[in-house]
Design a protein around this ligand. Structure first.
Ligand code: C5P
Length: 402
């Protein structure tokens, strides 16, 4: 998601500098070109060689580095950057940026670049709470500088409190958010994900192998593209994307209630959850004893999407059809039966698609035509489904992801 992006990473002198190594690894893995600038204090904690090895390029250290081209190379660096991340950012560097001091390469670039900033402070809790530091952060935020963290927890100095640098994965996510064009602003999207569980006794349930990956990817990308997102999910071990309203549910009925509570206020519903089709006729209050062959009886579960289709007003309804045979025919039928605007169909027998896979090969059917997408990551698939949504409102998708 960061393919082709020029990222400048400023590393200042704090023990969290070691975590910046992991950040470089993640950004490079995502396709970004990462230029690292280290202050003198940062070089006391971690060597430039570590950053050079991970970024695949030389590390910038001094304003007057020889062998870096003209003496104005800091301006070239500043101009080329799509984003300037400072992680970890010490109280000292934050203070210098807030007051316009440029006495090393990092702060000289900070004053020269027009790229957006993402600053991840890391320091002792008393330093962080110091009114001068707080004043500097407040000033920078007001001027449009983005901050992430710091987090609460154990600090290297032995203190407990706010001061830990945010985790590299969260910094990367925030950077993606800043760099993603906002073509879904104004949309309020409700997304469902994961499986539902129906208990037959206090310790057993029937469910399906849905992992929630597709719905979580959809929520994450929709949020990055500027939508207000609510994610309602069955039990899955995934971390909800940041900035998204998250509701965890268990049974189909619970999912239905949470959706209906919000349906009138949203502009789009994306039903990527694998809602169970059958409800046990009864849930035993005690554990069913081990026994030879017994029968369970089921009722039909509420078809949530069909109910929404019958109810819908201006909402756009997107459903999923996971099929094992006659993909187009079955998906078309569901599209009409549930009164949808789009159905995303995939073949569960395709080993690259469906439950648990990181990829998907889907067909989009919207009543106007059929679009077969190639094998894509679930993130890319989410992008393409959301592109359909942007185009539907007469706009052009802004990203250049594919
Ligand atoms: O009819 P089928 O279950 O194949 O339809 C799939 C679509 O309907 C999915 O979008 C799924 O989330 C939704 N669905 C639902 N309620 C059910 C079963 C499926 O909303 N009980």
């Amino acid at each position: 998601m960061l393919r082709g992006k020029e990222i400048l990473l400023g590393v200042t002198g704090g023990i969290a500098a070691y975590k910046a190594l992991e950040l470089v690894r993640l950004l490079v893995k995502d396709g970004a070109d990462v230029g690292v600038i280290m202050t003198a204090a940062a070089r006391e904690f971690v060597t430039p060689l570590s950053f050079e090895t991970l970024s695949g390029k030389g590390v910038y250290t001094g304003t007057f580095d020889t062998g870096r081209g003209p003496s104005t190379f800091h301006i070239d660096l500043a101009d080329k950057a799509n984003i300037f991340i400072i992680a970890p950012a010490t109280a000292n560097t934050i203070g210098k940026i807030a007051t316009g001091i440029a006495d090393d390469l990092l702060t000289t670039i900070a004053i020269s670049t027009t790229a957006p900033f993402l600053i991840a402070p890391a320091m002792n809790v008393n330093m962080y709470n110091n009114p001068v530091v707080q004043g500097n952060i407040k000033k920078l935020k007001k001027l449009g500088f983005n901050f992430i963290g710091p987090e609460e927890g154990g600090l290297a100095c032995g203190y407990e409190g706010k001061g830990r640098m945010s985790e590299p994965l969260d910094i990367r996510e925030a950077a993606i958010g800043i760099l993603t064009p906002k073509d879904l602003v104004g949309e309020r999207i409700l997304i469902t994900a994961g499986p539902t569980r129906e208990f037959i006794d206090p310790v057993r349930f029937i469910s399906n192998p849905s992992t929630g990956k597709m719905g979580f990817a959809m929520a994450r990308i929709a949020k990055h593209r500027g939508a207000e997102v609510t994610l309602i999910s069955g039990d899955v071990p995934l971390r909800p994307p940041s900035g998204v309203e998250f509701i965890k549910v268990t049974a189909a009925d619970e999912m239905r209630n949470e959706i209906l509570k919000r349906f009138e206020k949203v502009s789009v519903v994306i039903m990527s959850a694998a809602v169970g089709d059958f409800l046990p006729k009864e849930t035993k209050s005690e554990k069913i004893k081990k026994q030879k062959g017994f029968t369970l009886e089921f009722n039909l579960a509420p078809d949530i999407l069909k109910e929404l289709g019958a109810k819908k007003d201006a909402q756009t309804l997107i459903g999923f059809a996971a099929e094992t045979e006659r993909l187009d025919e079955n998906a078309q039928k569901k599209f009409l039966d549930k009164n949808l605007d789009l159905i995303v169909a995939n073949n569960l027998k395709d080993p690259d698609s469906g439950f648990g896979a990181d990829t998907n090969r889907v067909t989009l059917i919207d009543g106007k035509g059929v679009e077969r997408l190639p094998l894509l990551s679930k993130e890319e698939t989410a992008y393409r489904v959301l592109d359909w949504l942007v185009r539907r409102s007469g706009k052009k998708p802004l990203h250049q992801f594919i």
